[in-house]
Design a protein around this ligand. Structure first.
Ligand code: SF4
Ligand code: SF4
Length: 195
């Protein structure tokens, strides 16, 4: 009987404590908003999603190296000597095609370490947070400067140019070797002529 009474008093005390908190907040301004009809302004420094301006990317891969969890992956192809890729809006010369840029936002921990090393300020955090997905594979953002066909084309072109450069290098080395052999043989020839 005493035990039941004690239990009832504890229950009553809990209810009164809860009601006290409710009453206190009932007459205070609300701290919640009616999301998604109402949205809070995010601070300027909010880290929500990475954005890359691919036109300004020079393919230096500094962001990829800075990421502690390897969620950035970049593939580039060097532009051949007959192509001028121009400059970025910050004046940096572009020498590589960015053929694949991947950011796995499912792995990203929003540390922002990839942003400061970028020499052209083309990778930034933007205040966009409504991109949740049921399938985490949909959080893998992938983009490229070129279509898949064009990527193969520029790769082939670079391969041919490199082969040609290698051939010219070998040819020059052969010529140099031949000239060296010739000059080494010449004194002997002179000597035999004198005899
Ligand atoms: S914010 Fe951090 S974890 Fe995310 S991509 Fe950049 S460096 Fe990697
Ligand atoms: S650091 Fe900037 S320029 Fe370099 S690869 Fe990353 S996004 Fe592109």
């Amino acid at each position: 009987m005493v035990h039941a009474l004690k239990k009832s008093l504890v229950t009553l005390k809990s209810i009164l404590t809860g009601m006290k908190v409710t009453m206190r907040h009932l007459f205070q301004p609300s701290v919640t908003i009616r999301y998604p009809d109402v949205r809070d302004e995010l601070p300027e420094t909010a880290r929500s999603k990475l954005y890359v301006n691919i036109d300004d990317c020079i393919g230096c891969k500094l962001c990829e190296r800075a990421c502690p969890v390897n969620c950035i992956s970049i593939e580039t192809v060097q532009a051949t000597s007959d192509v001028d890729l121009g400059k970025t809006s910050t004046g940096n010369p572009k020498r590589f095609w960015v053929t694949n840029f991947e950011i796995d936002m499912a792995k990203c921990m929003y540390c922002d370490l990839c942003v400061p090393p970028c020499p052209t300020d083309c990778i930034t955090m933007v205040p966009e947070y409504e991109y949740s997905e049921f399938d985490r594979n949909n959080l893998l953002f992938q983009f490229s400067e070129l279509s898949p066909d064009k990527v193969e084309e520029v790769k082939e072109k670079l391969e041919k140019e490199q082969e040609e450069k290698q051939r010219q290098k070998e040819e020059a080395a052969r010529k140099k070797e031949a000239e060296k052999n010739k000059s080494e043989d010449s004194p002997a020839e002179t000597k035999s002529t004198e005899e």
